[in-house]
Design a binder for this molecule. Sequence first.
Ligand code: AMP
Length: 284
Amino acid sequence: MIICKTRDEISAAVAELRRQNKTLGFVPTMGALHNGHLSLVKKSMSENDCTAVSIFVNPTQFNNKHDLQTYPRTVDADVKLLEETGADIAFVPSVETMYPEGLDNVTESYDFGFIGQVMEGAARPGHFNGVGIVVHRLFDLVKPDRAYFGMKDFQQIAIIREMVRQCNINIEIIPCPIVREDDGLALSSRNTRLNEEQRRQAVQISQTLFKAVGLVGEKSVDEVKEFVISTVNSVPLLDVEYFEIVDGYSLQTIPSWNEAEWVVGCITVNVGDVRLIDNITLKK
Ligand code: AMP
């Protein structure tokens, strides 16, 4: 596996692959890698000649300083995992490499419209602009044929698709299923920040979402929404920030089950100072 740190190194590595006419898949990550990330890497490996993975904790997508400072960083272990998994390139840039102009002088600004204003967009001002900026810059450097994103960050996929559409970028965006622990908790780098009791209670997030699937049709959209929020909030250490039942394509909330072909329930829960997100397809 080639490890690239600078723009010149990643550009040279990619140019060499292109010279050999190889297809390239790309998995952008913020590191602290787990099996969720590795499922994306494996999918990319199965669909492309070569796979590049970036590890970069992107400051411009953090609207909360504490979250940025406490974000888990395990680069050495990450690189080892990628090597064992069989990735071809690890791109591990510094903040200066990604933002040579300095973080105070970053000027790109995206307007994703409605899909950028709801849920995570409303809860984390500037977050999706930062995601758009870094993913666009990474795409420019890596120039993959396909890029792989996890459905765990459901809204993020809609944002990336919109960015690719607005900027006319010729990269196929591939959504990948959520990987969960045996008890159902969605894998997340942030899970390592939960203490034992928080981790034990956090399982109720996914368990409640699974129960909600069984209520579709039998109960109204509002009743299911109320059920999920009150059930999760009844767990002492869990605090629901939002739960929305939306059209999976438009991200608009729906008044009734027949209003959309694909219906997704999206939740964000604060567990102490750890913010966990999850989602589930309620109808498709
Ligand atoms: P992150 O490092 O959290 O920015 O995540 C990098 C990529 O891995 C994103 O596309 C995430 O959606 C994806 N990802 C994170 N956790 C999971 C998971 N549990 N299952 C599937 N994909 C995931």
